[in-house]
Design a binder for this molecule. Structure first.
Ligand SMILES: [Zn+2]
Length: 90
């Protein structure tokens, strides 16, 4: 079984490899991010002069794109497709 020390060593080694990698990114792909967003459900309660709006959370999918280096596995994310497309050409 791997120990925490083994894993930390692996992480260090992967970071080292990614730092010296001449990244070769594959095609960008859609990779929506799930975010928890608080929203007002209507109504409120008061505590003295303080108003507490009734809220709850829901999960929303935020459009996002990712690309993965074919050499080291590094994954980059962006919320703007135009930028990552530009970066791929460089
Ligand atoms: Zn790489």
């Amino acid at each position: 079984m791997e120990t925490i020390e083994d894993l930390e060593r692996n992480i260090k080694e992967l970071k080292r490899q990614q730092a010296i990698c001449k990244h070769s990114f594959g095609e960008p792909y859609s990779d929506p991010e799930t975010k928890r967003v608080e929203y007002h459900t209507g109504g409120y309660t008061t505590q003295g002069t303080h108003i507490n709006y009734n809220t709850t959370y829901r999960e929303v999918k935020v459009p996002r794109f990712a690309r993965k280096c074919k050499l080291c596995g590094k994954i980059q994310h962006t919320y703007e497709m135009v930028n990552i497309a530009k970066a791929v050409k460089n």
